[in-house]
Design a protein around this ligand. Structure first.
Ligand code: ADE
Ligand code: ZN
Length: 333
């Protein structure tokens, strides 16, 4: 029997894999371009949306980095974050740990402060307005070098008490986790959590490097870990959370069809899989849309497990996790 949509949206959930720059909707891109007096090379929202056709990760990244150029002021980052939280709240998200890519902005001349203070202000507004709690994860762009990552970590120093962790994103193949072992070690010694995109397009060996060399606390995507039974056993045994993004996987041709999405297999193999939206403005939907995409291939119990996993895999304190798990029990009965 089909799972009612109200069950999907009403289920209390955390979002653990969301690039805030990837929540920039085409309408908002035009608004920001107008208020910052920037020309964008598209005549309309429809024309822009029509350009969102990707056959691999790099096709998307090229357009995503160009889109971020309309973000110029603290108010832009505040408004971007608040707009995301409005949508997330409507989807039943009660906590979000959001990625940001400081180098995308500092490399075009924006101070780190503009980005960080704007986002933090948006997160504060969202908590006051919607009751959604959140934290920030600073991602290093892996197509850039180790020295640039260290410079970014240094720029973040005054904000480290308000940043939960570091991550690794951008073009995966050719940029293995090993390239960032030292900067992740430095982040770890600052008390930051560590996460990394691995096994999205890259091989299972990159996931092993992320575990062994980056000492990750959570794995972003991880789809290709399924190619290695030993790795699956290791991830399951360690209770490693995987932040899986079904619509992203479809849009970037990591998976050909929703019916072939590995989330049911991941759950059967005992992996702590979670459902997330990655870059919702580019991939066709927010977190509930991602649950909807795979719900036809899952049982009601599986959706509850996915929501539970989102809190178990979060960086929230134990007491908050317990409270959220009780809320799921109360909702699902
Ligand atoms: N940056 C934003 N979205 C990403 C993704 N899905 N993979 C790698 N880098 C990203
Ligand atoms: Zn991502």
């Amino acid at each position: 029997m089909a799972i009612p949509d109200a069950f999907i949206t009403g289920l209390p959930k955390a979002e653990l894999h969301l690039h805030i720059e990837g929540s920039l909707e085409p309408e908002q891109m035009f608004d920001f371009a107008r208020r910052n007096r920037i020309q964008i090379p598209f005549a309309s929202v429809e024309e822009l949306r029509a350009a969102y056709k990707f056959s691999q990760l790099q096709d998307f990244l090229d357009i995503y980095y160009r889109g971020a150029d309309v973000l110029r002021t603290e108010a832009d980052f505040h408004d971007l974050a608040l707009a995301y939280f409005e949508r997330a709240h409507a989807d039943g998200v009660v906590h979000a740990e959001i990625f940001f890519d400081p180098q995308t902005h500092t490399d075009r001349g924006l101070p780190f402060q503009v980005v960080a203070d704007g986002l933090l202000a948006g997160m504060t507004s969202a908590e006051a307005r919607y009751g959604v709690t959140s934290s920030l994860i600073l991602c290093f762009l892996r197509h850039l070098d180790e020295a640039a990552a260290f410079t970014t970590l240094q720029a973040a120093e005054p904000w480290l008490d308000r940043i939960a962790g570091v991550g690794l994103d951008s073009s995966e193949v050719g940029h293995p986790p090993s390239k960032f072992a030292r900067v992740f070690a430095a982040a770890g010694s600052e008390g930051l959590k560590r996460v990394a995109h691995a096994g999205e397009e890259g091989p299972p060996e990159y996931v092993v490097e992320a575990l062994d060399l980056l000492k990750i606390d959570r794995l972003d995507h991880g789809n290709r870990a399924l190619e290695s039974p030993e790795l699956v056993t290791r991830l399951a045994r360690n209770g490693m959370a995987l932040t899986v993004c079904p619509l992203s996987n479809l849009k970037l041709c990591v998976v050909g069809d929703a019916a072939d999405h590995p989330i049911p297999i991941m759950l059967k193999q005992g992996l702590r899989a979670t459902i997330n939206s990655d870059d919702p403005a580019y991939f066709g939907g927010y977190v509930a849309d991602n649950y909807r995409a795979v719900a036809p291939y899952l049982e009601r119990e599986d959706l509850i497990t996915l929501a539970r996993n989102s809190f178990l895999g979060s960086f929230l304190p134990d007491a908050a996790v317990t409270r959220h798990l009780s809320a799921i029990d109360a909702f699902a009965g």
